[in-house]
Unconditional design. Structure first.
Length: 341
């Protein structure tokens, strides 16, 4: 171990176990069942909240929860099993967010062993796509005053996170032989013109969260090189900071009459509070927190770097997992003291 420090093997074993359970979004059943059994054996009141066919959130409570630790159990594809060396644990979900999940579970066990009660754990399905697990959970809040969400923030307390506005576009045309393009109407050219104007559109800027950004993530269309295309599609994702209503109106004015479009997902940007003694940061990614408004005041912190999440070299530093356990315990204690005051 680096520096000769002895790390708690239970934390690392739990992280590896969770990484080795394939839970790409839509396939969270096995991971939820494992967590249900694990936490029930440790005397938490555990329930599964159905999210869809064979999918569920996991809610585990001690007493009457005032503070809840939360993260998600799904991952992006493809599944990659766990591996490790002296410094890191690797594999899909190791930092986003199976390592975080393990750190929260071990923190919860430590809190119980130290006599702390009245807190909970909420582990969610579907964060990586539509936050459908968060939507379900928000219909049945447990009465908590604070929700500590876990995402890879390098163990810094995030005081702001950007939102999401996703737009799916579809341009229609008319097929023709490419030797006689005047007989057809190119859907691809229509789509490219619309996307070009979207890229040139001014985007909002926030003094704390920084600039909005736009990504054209998917383009598809056409049938063959010698056919004028009759259909073309694109998926566009904007990381928003403020002024979402005005942004939507600008997009509508730009696209109306040119192509079909749909606002598929919208999650607002979020600003969160500071706590003395915690290093802070602003993150550009979006979390489940904007969809968990009935679970208390939001905080965001977790081990790992977002820069390696969703990559083929995803990993989390073991020392950061250990520190995260300490930070989660500290957060729960400080927030409970704030409630008691």
């Amino acid at each position: 171990m680096p520096g000769g420090k002895q790390y708690p093997m239970e934390l690392f074993e739990l992280t590896r176990t969770l990484v080795n359970i394939e839970s790409v979004t839509g396939n969270e059943k096995a991971c939820a069942a494992m967590l249900r059994d694990y936490l029930a054996e440790r005397n938490f009141r555990v329930e599964l909240q159905p999210v869809g066919p064979d999918r569920s959130n996991v809610l585990a409570l001690r007493g009457t929860p005032e503070v809840v630790l939360s993260t998600h159990i799904d991952t992006v594809p493809p599944f990659t099993p766990a591996s490790e060396d002296d410094e890191y644990i690797y594999g899909r979900g190791s930092c986003d967010a199976k390592g975080i999940l393990a750190a929260q579970v071990i923190a919860a066990e430590r809190l119980v062993s130290e006599g702390v009660e009245d807190f909970g754990l909420l582990f969610l399905a579907g964060e990586e796509t539509l936050s459908d697990g968060a939507y379900v959970a928000n219909q049945s809040p447990c009465g908590s005053k604070y929700l500590i969400n876990g995402e890879p923030t390098e163990n810094k307390l995030a005081i702001g996170s950007k939102g999401i506005l996703r737009i799916d576009l579809c341009a229609r045309g008319r097929m023709a032989h490419s030797a006689y393009p005047h007989l057809g109407e190119s859907a691809v050219e229509k789509l490219l013109d619309a996307l070009h104007d979207l890229r040139r559109m001014p985007l909002p800027v926030d003094p704390e969260l920084g600039p909005s950004t736009l990504n054209i993530g998917v383009i598809s269309g056409g049938r063959a090189a010698n056919i004028v295309p009759d259909e073309a599609r694109a998926q566009v994702l904007i990381r928003t900071v403020n002024g979402a209503d005005a942004l939507r109106q600008n997009i509508q004015r730009l696209l109306d009459g040119r192509c079909e479009y749909e606002f598929v997902r919208e999650t607002p940007a979020l600003k969160m509070e500071r706590l003395d003694g915690f290093e802070t940061d602003v993150v550009a990614f979006t979390t489940d927190l904007p969809n968990l408004t009935r679970w208390g005041r939001p905080l965001l912190l977790g081990p790992g770097s977002i820069n390696v999440a969703h990559t083929d070299h995803e990993r989390v530093r073991k020392a950061d997992l250990v520190r995260a356990v300490d930070l989660y315990c500290r957060l729960v204690r400080e927030l409970k003291e704030r409630i008691d005051d």
